[in-house]
Design a protein around this ligand. Structure first.
Ligand SMILES: CSC[C@H]1O[C@@H](n2cnc3c(O)ncnc32)[C@H](O)[C@@H]1O
Ligand SMILES: [Zn+2]
Length: 431
């Protein structure tokens, strides 16, 4: 299959490339094969840009719990632990594997419609999520979340390994896997060390929540007389595996030092942090210290939206506010966090995150022919500060068009809405 995209403003997001160039894009199979002012090759499908679209790499959501889309808006304005323990966990205990499948699809529909092409997911019933991804066509890195607060006879860990066995490298290579110990406060040293050892041996990345709230800092201090980052560092996590750290809001100077030089980095989730009142992550300082920082939404049970353009805005504005300085975290940097940096976190930088010949064709077309997106003085500014998810016209993953002219091609939206309506009501009823 060959797709030619004609006459668009191409923003590659490749190193040092911050100005869009008007031209054409050729996709052959799953790969970008040409970026040029004019391409004449025949194609099976031609998308006429007519100079109204910006083409950019698909956004990468580095921290998600996709099926939580079914819990969106059901329990807001609570403290994180109340929200999690009193609302989310009881609701999750009622979710069937089929609910998980439909919840993942709902989240993917929203992600594709707002320009996300790849995501990192941590949840339960991962086989159903992987099946949904296989069908829908997105790219993802999957982890079975591991909580070790009670003895389950090794059931959760066995499911985590089954996920790796069954799905790593599958769905035309769109699915990869990680190990997912949930957080320092749900993973005591012995089982956590075991998981870290497995990650090292199996060369698997580790996805874990870190230092999200002040309560977490107090709890880990009380239990282990350490900070959460110190706890992970002392267990050898940062030297033994590629690590994806979600949140990392409450890090002190020494904690940031532990993260320096690590493979992987931090998923900053500003909307979730704002909404749960967690605090402002030291993003500017981490970047200054050479730590890779990408962006994520967290599940829509907390953030309520998985539109990554909201995260881009929140990330840059929060740092400007925190420093009292509008020059901090400029537009281009925030866009890189949502694209090239996110790709590094998911360990897929060789495939995605920038538009370059030889990379997988994961890209979006944004319709700029709208009052709030004109004039086009500076594409990066408009993309970071003015565009929202609804401005995405076309989403392509692995050379396959998943949305064209805002119509999803791999998800039956009507059926999805029916399933979501019935299932979501049943899950939260009486909680
Ligand atoms: C065991 S699967 C993942 C687990 O994580 C929970 N979760 C969702 N959002 C957050 C968050 O912001 N901090 C900590 N844990 C979170 C989710 O409900 C699942 O139970
Ligand atoms: Zn999370």
């Amino acid at each position: 299959m060959r797709i030619r995209i004609n006459d668009v403003f191409i923003l590659t997001m490749a190193e040092g490339d911050d100005c869009p160039v008007r031209g054409d894009i050729l996709i052959e199979g799953d790969t970008i094969t040409k970026l040029s002012p004019e391409i004449v090759e025949e194609a099976d499908e031609v998308i006429e840009g007519g100079g109204r679209f910006v083409a950019m790499p698909g956004l990468i959501n580095a921290h998600q719990h996709t099926p939580m889309s079914l819990l969106k808006g059901f329990s807001d304005d609570l403290k994180l632990m109340d929200w999690l323990e009193r609302k989310m966990l009881p609701a999750e205990a009622r979710m069937t594997p089929e609910d998980i499948y439909w919840g993942a699809k709902l989240s993917m529909a929203e992600m594709i419609k707002s320009g996300t092409t790849a995501f990192a997911d941590m949840y339960i019933h991962m086989n159903e999520i992987a099946t949904a991804i296989d069908e829908v066509g997105m790219r993802a890195s999957l982890t079975r979340g591991l909580v070790f607060l009670e003895d389950d006879g090794g059931k959760r860990l066995a499911e985590a390994l089954e996920l790796v066995d069954r799905w790593h490298g599958k769905a035309e290579g769109r699915i990869t896997t990680m190990l997912g110990p949930h957080a320092p406060y749900t993973c005591p040293p012995e089982p956590l060390s075991r998981v870290i050892g497995m990650a090292e041996e199996m060369k698997l990345p580790v996805h874990i929540h870190l230092a999200e709230t002040k309560e977490e800092i107090a709890k880990i201090r009380e239990q282990y007389n350490q900070t959460p980052a110190e706890y992970l560092y002392n267990l050898g996590l940062f030297e033994k595996a590629h690590v994806l750290l979600a949140h990392s809001v409450h890090l002190n100077r020494r904690d940031i030092g532990y993260l320096k030089g690590m493979r992987g980095g931090v998923s900053h989730n500003p909307v979730s942090n704002l909404k749960l009142g967690c605090g402002i992550a030291p993003v500017t300082e981490m970047i200054k210290q050479g730590i890779t920082v990408g962006l994520g939404t967290d599940g829509s049970g907390s953030a309520t939206t998985v539109d990554m353009f909201e995260e881009i805005k929140a990330a840059t504005w929060l740092q400007k506010l925190d420093y009292g300085d509008p020059t901090v975290l400029p537009a281009g940097q925030a866009l890189r966090m949502a694209t090239s940096e996110g790709a590094k976190l998911l360990n897929i930088a060789h495939q995605a995150g920038t538009l370059e010949v030889g990379k997988k064709a994961d890209l979006i077309l944004i319709d700029m022919n709208k009052p709030h997106l004109q004039p086009l003085h500076n594409a990066e500014s408009l993309l970071a500060y003015s565009v929202n998810g609804a401005d995405v016209d076309t989403t392509i993953v692995n050379g396959r068009v998943l949305m064209r002219n805002r119509k999803l091609t791999t998800i039956d939206e009507e059926e999805l809405m029916k399933q979501v309506s019935v299932r979501s009501r049943r899950i939260v009823d009486g909680i």
